[in-house]
Design a protein around this ligand. Structure first.
Ligand code: NDP
Length: 345
């Protein structure tokens, strides 16, 4: 299936585009960029014909380009909704990077646009295609830890000395509240795919330091506690101003599963400890398959009409939960939730 890649930034150039070589049923058919030099260099490097190199201004002509079946949106998060709608208006399927968008209202518009166009929408949650995370989901389904009680996820790194004008990740219009949408979303996702539940109660706090040019528009840290209908409780923390962390752990009544790093591009490690047994390090496979795996999954779902594992509805649910986290932090109160992640009050 032919993809048009829109937004030739760090993630597209360094991670996703090289991984197309490992995909079986997906290839790069076109590129879209605001930078003519990148269009030339990247187009030449990937053998993209000159007439399949689009700018943001010429994008609408992609509607008539039969080589392109899907658009892969790798733009700053605040641009996901508008470009998803444009891609559906052009009659293409859409693979959209995480977070799906910055508000549930935008997500609902994206889903409606997919329905109108009769095209598919997938959110690029790569951990669903990564062997360690997949094994973790299977172990939870088998109740390998007994009933799940406590989860913990920490995702952080330390942002260099930049300003919102220099880096969109610090700009509220493009990044929302900041680290939660960018990094914390991996922990939120893990809490949901390990419990297979949606929280019924959320309490959270945010921190925005004064006098730090990085955090004039976004938060430095976000912490949240989620309680699930089973009684399991998850602690999530995320930061742009703390030493690097990428860890998820699940503690059941009779065992513990630790993943560190849990949701990185590579190097995942996991350890299972069960009552009465020696702890075991598990090595279910090469994390690198997650990138091509998500591409081919989308191609298969389009070809065969199959279910998408990470559809727009999942992205919407997660954005709703992030809205609930911010609502709790803003008001200092618990937020109660419906099973679809909408706020009860
Ligand atoms: P970058 O800043 O590296 O790249 C974004 C690209 O978007 C730019 O290079 C530019 O491409 C284009 N762009 C268009 N308008 C703007 C604008 N106003 N400001 C800045 N860039 C603009 O970001 P990333 O590649 O790191 O992130 C892109 C998306 O991918 C985000 O949604 C992010 O959350 C997601 N991501 C996902 C990861 C994952 O593991 N799934 C990891 C990293 C990011 P051009 O010059 O070609 O026009």
């Amino acid at each position: 299936m032919g993809f048009a890649i829109i937004g030739l930034g760090g993630y597209a150039l360094n991670q996703m585009m090289p991984r197309f070589a490992l995909a079986q049923r997906s290839h790069i058919a076109a590129i879209v960029s605001g930078n003519p030099e990148k269009l030339k260099q990247v187009g030449d490097a990937y053998g993209v014909p000159p007439d399949a190199r689009y700018t943001y201004d010429s994008f609408d002509a992609i509607a008539d380009d039969k080589r392109v079946e899907a658009v892969y949106i790798v733009l700053p998060s605040g641009l996901h909704a508008a470009w998803t709608e444009k891609a559906f208006a052009a009659g293409k399927h859409v693979l959209c990077e995480k977070p799906m968008a910055l508000s549930s209202e935008e997500c609902a518009r994206m889903i409606a646009a997919a329905e109108r166009a009769k095209r598919k929408l997938m959110i690029a949650y790569r951990s669903y295609f990564e062997p360690h995370n997949r094994l973790a989901m299977a172990l939870m389904a088998q109740k390998a830890l007994g009933p799940l009680r406590l989860l913990r996820a920490d995702h952080s790194y330390r942002m260099g000395p930049v300003t919102p004008a220099q880096n969109w990740r610090l700009d509220r219009a493009l990044a929302g509240g900041g680290p939660l949408e960018d990094l914390g979303i991996y922990g939120l996702q893990a809490a949901l795919y390990l419990t297979q539940e949606v929280p019924e109660l959320i309490t959270a706090s945010t921190y925005q330091p004064e006098g730090d040019a990085r955090f004039t528009q976004i938060f430095a840290h976000v912490g949240a506690q989620l309680r699930f209908p089973s009684g399991a409780v998850a602690q999530l923390s995320t930061s742009y101003d703390a030493a690097g962390a990428n860890t998820v752990s699940a503690r059941g009544a009779t065992g513990v599963l630790t993943m560190d790093p849990a949701t990185s591009y590579s190097g995942q490690k996991m350890r299972l400890e069960q009552a009465g047994q020696a702890g075991r390090d598990l090595t279910p496979g090469d994390p690198d398959v997650q990138f091509a795996g998500q591409l081919d999954h989308f191609a298969d779902a389009i070809r065969d009409g199959g279910q998408i594992k990470t559809p727009g509805q999942m992205g919407l649910r997660d954005v709703r939960l992030m809205e609930a986290i911010y609502a709790s932090a803003r008001t200092g109160r618990y937020v109660r939730l419906n099973p679809d992640g909408t706020m009860l009050d």
